[in-house]
Write a protein that binds this ligand. Structure first.
Ligand code: URA
Length: 479
């Protein structure tokens, strides 16, 4: 049977691509259609979510109705140049790209040197698409900025937000996998997300900007690095704008610095004064001074997030200091720590363990509520390691005033606030860790972790939590 016998005269075909970046799928279907001699004007290439061709054979999801090439069909010709350009162009956001690719492939069968004809409008368009995709990929390599988020178990997780122009995220994930092979990271985009856990890559749904954290430790470092290498004497604003277009600025910590760096030395001087002010700030002598200090503190971006700073509460002579992560929605409104659902659960477990909450000093590693809006709801966002480390100055001040014999850290953020390093709660829980002031630290999970669990997992963790609190109670009786 010849190729022509296999195709009904005048048939139109609709090919549904499983994903907008599936070049391999396009290539295989295009090869079959060329072998069946189906001209380009009789094929519609439809991306997921795209509308079909009313007159086509199909809808052909699964391509049941596509013609099958005869066994003796001649091989399809495609130059190396075409394949290289096509692979990039297929990732462009232009909905007409797959049709264009097929037209050029079709014409290549008659004119194998077509790709060398730089004046040909279709070749030129294909090259333009490929170039624009390569540029987008280059921008992604250059402008993805990871922000660190501490996981429940203390493992650092780096999350980045990026808005590509084209469907490049899956293709470029391999670049980040190679470069950050040992890190746990996620890249979130409006079209989909990729997650690497150090071993496997996972794809996830589209994300929103608010799903990614804003501001972090790496950022401060990056900002100072950028400021230190910025040379105003060599500044060419138009060249800089073409290399770093303004649309990427909102995700780049260093971009914040550009206007002031351009403006000159004045801003640098102001930044130095601000940094120096902290070093010179006197350590508070009372809890009231701590409360005043945190209310005025602007050392990190969370300070502008919530309604107010939430100070710790409890007696100044407390033998036990309980440290949470950061105030939640209800704490932010009430201005008191642990009054929301996690606080109520904590109260129950403390009472069960025989620990009097009113005799303890209860505070948080971070004093402001960090959240992202979801509709009208304020959703908790974990503080970054940098934010915890910045707020540590206040936690240390509280400890210096109270001098508790025992400090109980609820969760990894609290433990980091106290020790200044990443702590694995699973490894460290349930035993005393000596502190520099002679006290001891006990680490357990955060009650909100229990609230997120269900069934047997919750029961098991709740039992361990109760056990950890009982150990603290016993130790309080001893020391
Ligand atoms: N979670 C915390 O870590 N602290 C609070 O004060 C409330 C919830």
């Amino acid at each position: 049977m010849t190729a022509m016998q296999n195709v009904s005269l005048g048939s139109r075909y609709a090919v549904h691509l499983p994903a907008p970046d599936d070049f391999a799928f396009w290539r295989e279907r295009a090869r079959g259609l060329v072998q069946c001699d189906v001209p380009p004007d009789r094929v519609s290439w439809i991306e997921p979510g795209g509308t079909g061709d009313l007159f086509a054979e199909g809808p052909s999801r699964g391509d049941k109705r596509l013609p099958v090439p005869p066994a003796d069909a001649p091989p399809v010709r495609a130059s190396q140049r075409f394949l290289t350009v096509a692979r990039s162009a297929a990732l462009h956001s232009d909905p007409a790209r797959f049709g264009l690719l097929y037209r050029v492939l079709w014409r290549l069968q008659r004119n194998p040197r077509l790709m060398e004809d730089k004046a040909d409008p279709e070749v030129r368009r294909l090259e333009e698409l490929a170039k624009s995709v390569r540029r987008d990929a280059h921008k992604m390599h250059a402008f993805v900025r990871f922000r660190e988020v501490a996981e429940e178990d203390g493992t650092p997780h780096f999350v980045a937000w990026f808005e590509p122009d084209h469907h490049i995220v899956r293709a470029e994930a391999a670049f980040f996998m190679r470069r950050f092979a040992n890190m746990r990271w996620s890249i979130l985009t409006p079209h989909g997300s990729v997650h690497w856990d150090g071993e496997t890559m996972r794809e996830g749904p589209p994300a929103r900007r608010e799903d990614a954290p804003c501001g972090d430790p790496v950022e401060a470092l990056w900002r100072s690095y950028y400021a230190s290498i910025f040379n105003p004497a060599r500044l060419k604003v138009s060249a800089m704008l073409s290399e770093m277009p303004k649309k990427y600025w909102k995700n780049l910590p260093e971009a914040e610095l550009i206007p002031q760096l351009i403006a000159g030395a004045q801003a640098r001087e102001a930044a130095m004064v601000a940094a120096g002010a902290r070093a010179e700030r006197a350590r508070p002598a009372s809890l009231a001074e701590v409360a005043q200090g945190i209310a005025a503190c602007r050392d990190c971006p969370i300070a502008d997030c919530g309604t107010r700073a939430v100070a710790g509460e409890g007696p100044q002579q407390a033998a036990l200091m309980i440290v949470g992560e950061q105030p939640g929605d209800q704490e932010d409104i009430a201005g008191r720590p642990f009054v929301g659902p996690a606080g109520q659960l904590l109260d129950d477990y403390l009472a069960h363990a025989g620990i009097d909450r009113t005799a303890a000093y209860v505070t948080n590693a971070v004093k402001h509520f960090k959240f992202a809006w979801k509709g009208k709801q304020r959703l908790h966002q974990s503080p970054t390691a940098k934010e915890i480390d910045t707020c540590r100055w206040w936690l240390d001040a509280e400890r210096a005033i109270i001098r508790p014999r025992i400090v109980l850290a609820l969760g990894a953020s609290a433990a980091r606030g106290l020790l200044g390093r990443t702590v694995s709660v699973t490894r460290e829980r349930g035993r005393a860790i000596p502190l520099d002031d002679g006290g001891e630290l006990w680490v357990t999970v955060h009650p909100s972790y229990l609230l997120r669990l269900e069934g047997e997992a919750r029961e098991a963790q709740a039992a361990l939590f109760a056990e950890n609190l009982a150990a603290v109670r016993e130790r309080l009786g001893e020391v």
